[in-house]
Design a protein around this ligand. Structure first.
Ligand code: C2E
Ligand code: MG
Ligand code: MG
Length: 337
């Protein structure tokens, strides 16, 4: 539609090109409502659907949208309640040293055990939390919980684990990010050097200057940063050059066919070499079998994470995993949990 194309013309601002996206919601008499208020209300419903598509676009109101809206609103409200009443959970997936088989740390992954809908995965509620802004308190809740769990693991003698926590782009909308993060970690008396934040490139696009400042401040406090889903963004290499990143995580999509596709094999080995030349640690995501592990070993990848070692586990199962591996240490066994 002409209006949309006109709105989406790039805007040139000094040295920058701004890509604009427009969203339009439309309701048409009589199906979209018989009175003006009804038509306007339904156009808003269509608009909120159009906004949810990252690419914007035009949506025409249909009665099924009201159902979706009710569902979304109910889920948003349940989510607020869950967050207030500690109703979320954090699972941990180990990261393994490819050479020694030792557990180097873990990634904290949020879960929502919903009272009626079952165990919800991040894909079911993180996008909504980003949209409503609830991702900000959720992020702090996860960090707090992770700090407590890490402190507990340290009492069991697991003192050298590096715990990775995902940070979404929306969390950088909070102008007190660095000081709040520091306060939470400081209050649980866990060392800041036990933490790493995982960021995707899109999380750094919102306000690059502010992001850079936050990253620098947090780095000075001892926190490290990993670039998540490496290889899937637009400018991975300049991100590595310009920001204080110490680890890259090669995206699972490259690992899926690394054994069968010579292109993917070349990409992965290239990413490992390049990252090493920049002095970065490399973690491969989505390791699911021995052949992939063998490939990583051959190409000197530092660490692996994936179902082959263990799925994300609740704290007690993660403890059992750690204890089992500690008891078996010395034996070159990569063991599947
Ligand atoms: P991610 O940070 O790239 O996390 C890795 C995802 O891959 C996790 O999915 C993990 O369960 C899955 N995974 C790990 N190994 C394997 C494997 O061998 N095979 C397969 N098929 N999958 C594997 P999950 O937990 O569903 O999380 C999805 C995404 O949601 C994460 O991607 C991250 O971007 C986001 N997310 C998860 N937890 C949080 C959180 O606490 N905060 C924020 N802001 N985002 C989170
Ligand atoms: Mg991650
Ligand atoms: Mg990832």
């Amino acid at each position: 539609c002409r209006l949309l194309s006109a709105c989406e013309e790039p805007v040139f601002l000094e040295d920058h090109v701004l890509e604009l996206r427009a969203a339009i919601g439309l309701s048409v008499y009589p199906n979209g409502g018989e009175q003006s208020e009804q038509l306007l209300g339904n156009a808003h419903i269509a608009l909120s659907e159009a906004r949810q598509q990252r690419t914007g676009g035009l949506r025409v109101y249909h009665p099924s949208m009201r159902k979706t809206l009710n569902h979304t609103m109910a889920l948003d409200s349940d989510f607020r309640k869950a967050l207030r009443s500690d109703g979320l959970a954090v699972h941990y997936q180990p990261k393994i040293d490819i050479l020694t088989g030792e557990v180097t740390g873990m990634e904290a992954l949020v879960r929502w055990p919903h009272p009626t809908r079952g165990m919800l995965m991040p894909g079911d509620f993180v996008p909504a939390a980003e949209r409503t802004g609830m991702i900000i308190p959720m992020g702090y809740w996860i960090l707090q919980k992770t700090c407590q769990d890490l402190a507990f693991l340290q009492t069991l003698g697991f003192e050298d684990l590096l715990c990775s926590v995902n940070l979404s782009f929306r969390q950088f909308h909070d102008r007190r990010l660095s000081e709040t993060v520091f306060r939470i970690i400081y209050n649980t008396e866990v060392d800041t050097s036990s933490f790493e934040f995982e960021l995707t490139e899109s999380s750094m696009m919102f306000d690059t200057e502010y992001t850079r400042r936050c990253l620098t401040e947090l780095t000075h406090l001892g926190i490290r940063f990993a670039l998540d889903d490496f290889g899937t963004g637009y400018s991975s290499f300049s991100t590595l050059r310009d920001l204080p990143i110490s680890t890259v995580k090669i995206d699972k999509s490259f690992m899926d066919n690394v054994v069968d596709s010579s292109e993917d094999a070349a990409l992965v080995s290239g990413m490992i070499d390049l990252s090493h030349q920049l002095g970065l640690t490399v973690v491969a995501e989505g390791v699911e079998n021995e052949a992939q592990l063998e490939f990583l070993r051959k190409h000197h990848c530092d660490q692996g994470q994936g179902y082959y070692f263990a799925k994300p586990l609740p704290l007690d199962a993660f403890c059992d995993f750690l204890i089992k591996r500690r008891d078996a240490s010395g034996v070159a066994d990569y063991g599947v949990a």
